[in-house]
Design a binder for this molecule. Structure first.
Ligand code: CP3
Length: 359
């Protein structure tokens, strides 16, 4: 592979030593070394997290800003990542909406009052993120006081992914009820997406005003859709959320999985950074996006279970494909899996930071 540009050296006058390399990469500015963080970097694979989870449920951690802040900091301390992601969940807005949320042991999320008819949509309660999700804003304020120079990422689910949980009542493989609503009852679908895009945009804006320095919109399951369905049923609503965040002046990351055929539409919907999963080679995904956007990814989370030499080989391949071009943030293609060896995650951070193109 020919390498077109070389990674900037720390002596490069365009590279600031004080401004975060993560935020610089989001803005496609040169960096001293590639920034790295991980989706789901806080969680059950970490002993410190499991220790807190022995005493508190997931929702109890979210509701107590001091605890949420502590759990957010755990991976920052243990891994030396270049960004913190607020500890919360994409489904928290379901609570003030009146849909109900529970995390049943071993079953994932359960939404007690699923949304399936136009009346269900009309009965969704009004949400004021500043008060109804005030505990999230408080965690952000605490974190900004303790994180120092490490930037804090806020997040929300994208309208499609959140709608799928509200409609299905929990996790799903086929998204049958979700698609059935789209295809059979489009009026209800559009009414729900309209409501959700409003709530999620307001929630993200509130997080930014509370101090989040970048935000990520998780459309984790949007890859279940064809490009045409994405365009007809999803794009405008995601765009509304992404634009509202962008107007607050912070970098916006637009993430999905199984999105190889959707990437250019996702770019049209918005985002300064587009998430790539491992199903597409990073350089191919990036050039397909047309260049004038940053990318985040794209190691397969399963690789973290491999021996270190194999991990290194795959980390190096991604960095080689990025070729030192400004605007690459190293991450996995999806969240860290349970039982991932912490020492391998830590090793990846060092591999990314120590990588030099000419090696
Ligand atoms: O470290 C971080 O990334 C921040 C925290 C975070 C959580 N959820 C905490 C959490 C983030 C960013 C999320 C996002 C989220 N939540 C997504 C999008 C990201 C993705 O993985 O695609 C989705 C789809 C959800 C919904 C959700 N929350 C599910 C399906 C589950 C159950 C899955 C499981 O592993 O049991 C959750 C629970 C959840 N949210 C956990 C964590 C750390 C599980 C751990 C626990 O029970 O303590």
């Amino acid at each position: 592979m020919t390498l077109l540009t070389s990674q900037s050296s720390p002596a490069d006058p365009r590279v600031s030593n004080t401004e975060s390399r993560f935020l610089r990469a989001c803005n496609r500015l040169p960096v001293d070394t590639t920034p790295v963080w991980f989706m789901r970097q806080a969680g059950r694979y970490m002993p410190e997290y499991r220790f807190i989870r022995e005493k508190y449920s997931l929702l109890e951690i979210c509701y107590q800003p001091e605890l949420a802040a502590e759990v957010t900091l755990q991976p920052v301390r243990a891994l030396s990542v270049d960004a913190a992601i607020l500890f919360a969940d994409i489904l928290l807005p379901a609570i003030p909406l009146g849909v109900g949320l529970e995390f049943a042991k071993g079953e994932g999320p359960v939404l007690q009052n699923p949304v399936r008819t136009i009346d269900d949509v009309r009965n969704l309660r009004p949400v004021d993120p500043e008060t109804d999700l005030g505990y999230v804003m408080e965690a952000i304020r605490i974190l900004r006081g303790t994180l120092g120079s490490v930037p804090l990422i806020g997040f929300c689910g994208a309208p499609f992914t959140v709608a799928s949980y509200l409609i299905e009542g929990g996790s799903s493989r086929e998204f049958l009820r979700t698609k059935a609503m789209m295809y059979s009852d489009p009026r209800t679908w559009h009414a729900l997406m309209e409501r959700l895009s409003d709530v999620l945009a307001g929630y993200l804006v509130a997080q930014i005003r509370a101090g989040a320095q970048a935000v990520q919109v998780f459309d984790s399951w949007v890859g279940a859709l064809s490009p045409q369905d994405y365009e007809d049923f999803v794009l405008l609503y995601s765009q509304k959320v992404l634009r509202a965040a962008k107007a607050e002046g912070v970098p916006v990351i637009h993430f999905g999985t199984n999105t190889t055929t959707l990437l250019s539409l996702m770019k049209r919907a918005g985002g300064d950074v587009i998430g790539l999963d491992w199903r597409i080679p990073l350089d191919q995904g990036w050039s397909g996006l047309g260049g004038e956007v940053a990318v985040q990814g794209n190691l397969d989370p399963a690789v973290l279970f491999a021996p270190l030499p194999e991990i290194r080989c795959r980390v190096d391949e991604i960095l080689q494909r990025a070729g030192g071009r400004p605007g690459h943030i190293f991450n996995l293609g999806h969240g860290i899996l349970q039982n991932t060896p912490v020492e391998n995650v830590r090793a990846v951070v060092d591999m990314v930071h120590e990588y030099r193109l000419d090696q």
